[in-house]
Design a protein around this ligand. Structure first.
Ligand code: GLC
Length: 428
């Protein structure tokens, strides 16, 4: 009896021990297994291939800091319109793979109006936004919502060969006429083949460049408040004539009507032109070319009595409304837009930050002494019309402008047709 009782107690103890061990094992498996097998969340974004390559070190740093997120950057063609089309079709067809949208400032109203973006006001507050450039932030707003956090700013400007101007006794020009006079004189002297090079290809860059010429002539494209169209005004037609004349007088190469940013940058860096209209990224690249120390930049020229126009460009991040991972997508945005990330990116690439403080940052100014000056250009820049039908309006302008520049239509015919089509589009 005694023995039986002992045996029974021993069995009971070992069963209890077994149960205890199993329970502990289950608990351990419950804790350890999920973390071992946990899937990293993939956050996908698409951008121009040129820039995707420049994002690599930031991408690596982000993943190091956020081991649970895999940031996947899909490469797209190097043209804003083409990237816009790719995002657009992915959202229209549904099942878009993109969690983040890397947006050109001009896409915001269309994407927001279509409901493709999440309002970022739920993630951020006015105090967190204080240091961002006002124009860049405004370009991300639509009907009270904030749909894009600015990552890098952009503003069109005039590059000039400071060495050649100084050697020939010229001050940098302020007016269109001065630019023409200097160009023709230096071309005649054989100092440079071309006077002035700009983006004349039929694409978004043409519309962006034209905004600056329009403003310099005291004209406008579309008033976003009243939807009034100003393309057929006398001054707008004069702006087109100015561009046509640069080609007709041989100040700009005939091929200018097929050039985008990169073609024009290469001509400038090769020493073929005195003046160039382009974005700030050129300064970063030219500083490392044979042109280092031989050029400078300034706000665009204008007609006497009017002011310089700088087109507001720039890129930023939005969250796709269809993304199943908005929190993780926001973590990417927070990382990319914060000060240290922007500083590294700017130092590496020469792009323009979206945070005001960085324009005075000692490490940035040591490398790019023109940044404080650049702040003035980007702070005085003009938005292309922030309207939901922007893509169509830009398309109309590009088409007719291109016809005028390639002599298929007169400047007047082209601008009248562009104005009337734009009016029908906007119902104004
Ligand atoms: C630059 C600008 C962008 C503009 C584009 C035109 O990338 O940042 O806003 O639309 O040039 O080519």
């Amino acid at each position: 009896m005694n023995n039986h009782w002992q045996l029974f107690k021993r069995k009971l103890r070992s069963t209890r021990n077994l149960l205890f061990s199993i329970t502990i094992l289950i608990i351990l498996l419950g804790i350890v297994l999920p973390s071992l097998t946990q899937q990293r969340i993939t956050i996908t974004v698409m951008m121009q291939a040129l820039e995707a390559a420049q994002w690599q070190s930031l991408e690596a740093r982000f993943e190091e800091e956020n081991p649970d997120i895999d940031l996947e950057i899909i490469k797209a063609p190097n043209a804003t319109n083409l990237v816009e089309d790719l995002y657009t079709s992915s959202f229209i067809l549904g099942d878009s793979p993109y969690d983040l949208v890397y947006l050109d400032i001009v896409w915001v109203p269309k994407f927001a109006a279509a409901g493709w973006l999440r309002d970022l006001n739920e993630f951020t507050s006015p105090t967190q936004l204080q240091d961002f450039l006002a124009g860049d932030l405004d370009g991300g707003r639509y009907q009270g919502g904030l749909y894009r956090m600015p990552f890098r700013s952009d503003g069109g400007m005039l590059y000039y060969r400071s060495d050649l101007l100084a050697a020939n006794g010229y001050e940098p020009p302020n007016t269109f006429e001065e630019l023409i006079t200097i160009s023709q004189d230096l071309q005649a002297k054989g100092v440079a083949k071309w006077g002035y090079v700009w983006q004349g290809k039929q694409y978004e860059g043409l519309a962006a460049m034209f905004v600056e010429i329009l403003e310099g002539f005291g004209a406008y494209w579309v008033n976003p408040e009243t939807l009034e169209v100003g393309l057929d005004s006398e001054n707008a037609i004069a702006a087109v004539e100015f561009l046509r004349n640069t080609v007709q007088k041989g100040i700009s190469p005939p091929g200018v009507t097929t050039y985008a940013e990169e073609e024009t940058r290469r001509l400038f860096e090769a020493g073929k032109t005195i003046f160039l209209r382009n974005w700030p990224y050129v300064a970063g690249l030219a500083a490392e070319s044979d042109l280092a120390g031989k050029y400078s930049l300034k706000p665009m020229v204008h007609q006497p009595g009017y002011s310089s126009g700088a087109c507001q460009g720039g890129w930023g991040l939005g969250i796709a409304a269809s993304s199943p991972h908005p929190q993780e997508a926001w973590r990417v945005i927070e990382f990319m837009t914060r000060e240290d990330s922007q500083r590294d990116f700017v130092l590496e690439t020469g792009y323009v930050p979206s945070l005001r403080s960085l324009f005075q940052d000692p490490t940035i100014v040591a490398k790019y002494p023109h940044y404080p000056q650049l702040l003035k250009v980007v702070e005085n820049s003009t938005l292309r019309p922030p309207i939901a039908q922007y893509a169509e309006a830009s398309d109309i302008l590009q088409r007719y402008l291109s016809s005028a520049l390639t002599n298929t239509m007169t400047a007047e015919q082209a601008m009248q047709a562009a104005a009337s089509e734009t009016r029908s589009l906007l119902g104004s």
